[in-house]
Design a protein around this ligand. Structure first.
Ligand code: GLC
Length: 373
């Protein structure tokens, strides 16, 4: 593994070595599982996905003493999510929810409004894609998103299905709910985008591939997490100042806006030789002050509610205010109900979804197959 050595904390003078990990959450999980199963002492602090406390919780120390009540400044649902067998195994670092990015300039040019339903998104995307191609940009696509067979596809597909009121794959009591007509309608619609308003390559896109196309000016709409805002508006971005953000569309007039709850936590390894120093670092990194800084420089969503009314944070990320509900009430993946088995459940779900998107199976066959797994 490569290390980016070393930052010396201004506050304490301690040296922190940052270790680079793979971008994909699945690959990261596999690496962490290996490291933690071996009880290695090299890594003190782990950055963990919101869906992992039930998978990795046994390997982390209880941070309650170090937090000493500071956890109460954070969104209660995330603190609850990070509580495993009664212990606070991770502190919230930033939260995430899927949002819809659009090109303000292009919507205006074609007299279109930001879409409220997937049907509206589809027709605006078709119209603008056709118009822009005719005007000479043959690389233009209507809509880019995450279609690779990985955890990101679970996030996107949960949004489609939940926006059609088709549930969350497994309900809170652990019952498999995915084999339903609303879910089939949602996946069938998503499959219709591939190679019409979305490039065939979308079936292998993760977050960064989608951002690459949108940021280079070749997509009208993009589904992504908030981090893409700051990068899309950076100095050399071709779409700087041309981006709008709204909640993801509803599945028809009776549907609902749904953004999958994502986000990252900081946890201290049980095998660390410096657990107190590590916990101190976690408390610093998750503090209000540091969350404010990261919100401004990187559009990372705070987990401290009061930062959503902070003027500096809102100046840097105007949509944090309008979309407060999306961030405070994201649609959770079924990781609490499935616990240590979440990754297997998600794996089966993203594979079934990928089969529908690629035309290998219809939604009925793919989802009824899942039920019997
Ligand atoms: C983002 C989210 C994380 C999710 C991942 C999927 O990093 O914060 O929760 O699992 O995307 O690719």
């Amino acid at each position: 593994m490569q290390g980016r050595c070393c930052g010396v904390g201004k506050k304490t003078g301690h040296t922190v070595k940052v270790v680079t990990t793979p971008n994909s959450t699945n690959e990261r999980l596999a690496l962490y599982q290996q490291l933690l199963a071996a009880g290695g002492t090299d890594i003190d602090v782990f950055q963990i996905d919101v869906i992992w406390p039930g998978i990795l919780g046994n390997h982390f120390i209880d941070l309650s003493n170090a937090a000493n009540g500071a956890e109460n400044d954070h969104f209660p649902a995330i603190v609850e999510n990070n509580t495993f067998k009664g212990q606070l195994v991770a502190m919230p670092w930033f939260t995430d929810a899927g949002v819809l990015y659009y090109r303000k300039d292009l919507l205006e040019k074609y007299g279109e409004k930001p879409p409220a339903t997937w049907q509206q998104l589809t027709s605006s995307a078709e119209k603008i894609q056709a118009g822009e191609r005719e005007a000479g940009n043959d690389k233009m696509w209507g809509f880019v998103w995450q279609g690779r067979a990985y955890e990101g596809l679970t996030c996107d597909a949960l949004e489609w299905i939940s926006s059609y009121n088709g549930g969350t794959v497994v309900d809170e009591d652990g019952k498999i709910t995915i084999n339903n007509d609303k879910a089939k309608e949602a996946l069938t619609q998503a499959a219709s985008w591939v190679n019409t308003i979305s490039p065939p390559g979308v079936l292998n896109y993760a977050e960064e591939e989608a951002r690459g196309v949108f940021q280079s000016g070749n997509a009208v709409f993009m589904r992504n997490w908030p981090y893409a805002w700051s990068l899309g508006n950076s100095g050399d971005s071709p779409v700087k100042g041309k981006i709008g953000v709204v909640a993801l569309p509803k599945g028809g007039e009776d549907g609902s806006h749904a953004g999958t709850l994502g986000g990252w936590q900081l946890a201290v390894s049980k095998y660390s030789k410096h657990p107190d120093l590590a916990a101190d670092l976690v408390m610093h990194l998750t503090s209000r002050e540091e969350q404010k800084r990261r919100a401004i420089v990187g559009s990372y969503n705070p987990t401290v509610a009061s930062l959503y009314t902070d003027e500096d944070v809102l100046n840097a990320n105007p949509f944090f205010g309008n979309l407060y509900d999306t961030f405070a009430n994201g649609t959770p993946r079924p990781s609490t109900a499935t616990g240590a088995r979440y990754n297997q459940v998600s794996n089966a779900f993203w594979n079934a979804t990928h089969n529908v998107l690629s035309g290998k199976e219809d939604a009925d066959t793919a989802l009824s197959g899942l039920k019997s797994n």
